[in-house]
Design a protein. Structure first.
Length: 83
């Protein structure tokens, strides 16, 4: 049984596929960067991956902050109700 003010676990499993993709793609990205003359398509693909990762990190952080705020507010409410 979970406590009332515990963070929900549902966001953790949504993140895994993208994280697995990026860890699997690290070698490919490293090889892309090592090959010095990047073609236009490779450069665009690399920038696309970087921007997707940055937006994903921001989204994940925002949802975490939102959930944390809700949990804190929930904890405060239960404290006052007990009194």
């Amino acid at each position: 049984m979970r406590g009332k003010n515990q963070l929900p676990q549902r966001d953790s499993y949504k993140a895994k596929p993208l994280l697995n993709l990026t860890t699997a793609g690290k070698k490919q990205l490293a090889n892309l960067l090592k090959s010095k003359p990047l073609s236009k398509e490779q450069d665009e693909a690399f920038e696309n991956i970087k921007s997707r990762m940055n937006s994903f990190k921001k989204f994940k952080m925002l949802t975490f902050l939102k959930l944390a705020k809700e949990a804190i507010q929930g904890a405060k409410k239960t404290k006052h109700e007990k009194r």
